[in-house]
Design a protein around this ligand. Structure first.
Ligand code: MUC
Ligand code: MG
Length: 369
C-alpha cells in the first residue's frame, strides 16, 4: 500500500556559474520525492528542472505544490506493487506536469525494484550496458576558462565529449568561441553545441554552416521548441547531426518529429518525457525511425541521474552518449555513496532499485525549511 508521499526541495550551489541562453545558474534546486509503502519499503524520485520557470513550464515550487495537493492524494492507499495502475490513474486525471509525474513514477519503480530485489534497469526490460559515456558542459562564459576546464577533464579521464552552451551572445561571437575551443582540443575530442532555442531560423542557417565547417559534431535545439517544421528544414539542409531537446515533450512529440524527419538525434530526458516508461517510448520511436539517441539531463542530483542511467542502460543504440554529469556540477552530494565516474563513463548502479541510498541526515540539514 502507498502510505506516504513527501516532496522535498534542496537548494545546492553549483561549482561555478553555469551560463545557458535561458538562465545563469549559481545554484540548482533539487526536487526529491519519497514514497513510503505499507511493507516498509521506500522509493525515491526526482523532478529537478533548470532556472525556475525559464526552461520549462514547471518550477520546483509548482512541482512540490502539485504533487502534495493534487497527485499524492490520488495515490495514497493504492497497491504500491501495481505501478502501472497507479501511473495510469495519474496520467488519466492529471494534465501536463511531466516532471512531477516522472518523480512519482521513479519513486514507485524504485520501491518495486527493491521489493523484487533487482536493479531498476531489469524492471525496465534489462540493461544492455553497465556504463555510459558522459559529456561535460562547458558553460563558464569564458573561452580560455572553458579550454582549461576541458583539458582538466581530459587529464582526469572523466570526459572527452564537450557540449558548449551558446545563444547568449551574437552568432558571430558564439561561433568564434566554439571554434577556438574546438581548435584547442583537437580532432580526437567531440565538441557539440546547445543553443537552447536562442536562434531564429536564419541565425541557425548561418551559425550551423560555420560550425559544421569547423568540425562541430552535434547541434542541439538551435531554434524554438514549437518550430518543428523549421527543425526539419535545418535537418535536411545540413549533414551535421541536429538534435531535438526542448521540442521533445514525450512520445507524441517523438512521433511527430520522426514523421517529419525533424531531427537526426533525440535528447531523451526522463522528466521532459513525463516518466521512465514514456522516455523508453521516445527511444523506441527514435529507433524505429532510424534516429540516433542521446541521454539528456536537467542537471539532476544523484537520484534523477541514477534513474536516467537505468533507463539509458536499456537502449540498444546510444551512439551519441549521455550528459549525466549533474551531480558533478553541484557542491553538495545527497547520496551516501556518490555515483561512480571513471574512464569517461558513468557506472550504472547495480544494487536493487535505483541502487543509491540517500544520506538522510545531510538531506535534513540541506532541505528548504
Ligand atoms: C539542456 O538543455 O540540455 C544539459 C546540460 C546542461 O548543461 O544543461 C542541460 C540542459
Ligand atoms: Mg539541451
Amino acid at each position: 500500500m502507498i502510505k506516504t508521499i513527501e516532496t522535498i526541495l534542496v537548494d545546492v550551489p553549483t561549482i561555478r556559474p553555469h551560463k545557458l541562453s535561458v538562465a545563469i545558474m549559481n545554484a540548482q534546486t533539487l526536487v526529491l520525492v519519497r514514497v513510503v509503502c505499507g511493507d516498509g519499503i521506500e522509493g525515491w524520485g526526482e523532478a529537478t528542472t533548470i532556472g525556475g520557470l525559464s526552461y520549462g513550464e514547471e518550477s520546483p515550487e509548482s512541482i512540490k505544490t502539485n504533487i502534495d495537493t493534487h497527485i499524492a492524494p490520488l495515490l495514497l492507499g493504492m497497491d504500491a506493487s501495481q505501478v502501472g495502475k497507479a501511473m495510469a490513474k495519474i496520467r488519466k486525471i492529471i494534465q501536463g506536469n511531466r516532471f512531477a509525474k516522472c518523480a512519482i513514477e521513479t519513486a514507485l519503480l524504485d520501491a518495486q525494484a527493491r521489493r523484487l530485489k533487482i536493479p531498476l534497469s531489469e524492471l525496465l526490460g534489462g540493461r544492455v550496458r553497465d556504463a555510459l559515456p558522459v559529456a561535460w558542459t562547458l558553460a563558464s562564459g569564458d573561452t580560455s576558462k572553458d579550454i582549461a576546464e576541458a583539458e582538466k577533464m581530459l587529464a582526469l579521464r572523466r570526459h572527452r565529449i564537450f557540449k558548449l552552451k551558446i545563444g547568449l551572445r551574437s552568432v558571430a561571437d558564439d561561433v568564434a568561441h566554439v571554434l577556438t575551443i574546438k581548435k584547442a582540443l583537437g580532432d580526437d575530442v567531440s565538441v557539440r553545441v546547445d543553443v537552447n532555442q536562442a536562434w531564429s531560423e536564419l541565425d541557425a542557417v548561418n551559425g550551423i554552416a560555420a560550425l559544421e565547417a569547423g568540425g562541430i559534431d552535434l547541434i542541439e535545439q538551435p531554434i524554438r521548441a514549437d518550430n518543428k517544421a523549421g527543425l526539419a528544414r535545418l535537418a535536411s539542409r545540413f549533414s551535421v547531426a541536429l538534435m531535438a531537446d526542448e521540442s521533445l515533450h514525450g512520445p507524441l512529440d517523438a512521433f511527430d518529429l520522426a514523421t517529419i524527419a525533424g531531427a537526426d538525434v533525440f535528447a531523451v530526458k526522463i522528466t521532459q518525457s513525463g516518466g521512465l516508461i514514456p522516455a523508453i517510448q521516445v527511444a523506441t520511436v527514435a529507433q524505429l525511425a532510424g534516429i540516433g539517441l542521446y541521454g539528456g539531463t536537467m542537471l539532476e542530483g544523484g537520484v534523477g541521474t541514477a534513474a536516467s542511467a537505468h533507463v539509458f542502460s536499456t537502449f540498444s543504440d546510444l551512439s551519441y552518449g549521455t550528459e549525466l554529469f549533474g551531480p558533478l556540477l553541484l557542491t553538495e552530494e545527497v547520496l551516501v555513496e556518490p555515483l561512480v565516474y571513471k574512464d569517461f563513463m558513468l557506472q550504472v548502479p547495480n544494487k536493487p532499485g535505483l541502487g543509491v541510498e540517500i544520506d538522510r541526515e545531510k538531506l535534513n540539514f540541506l532541505r528548504r525549511k
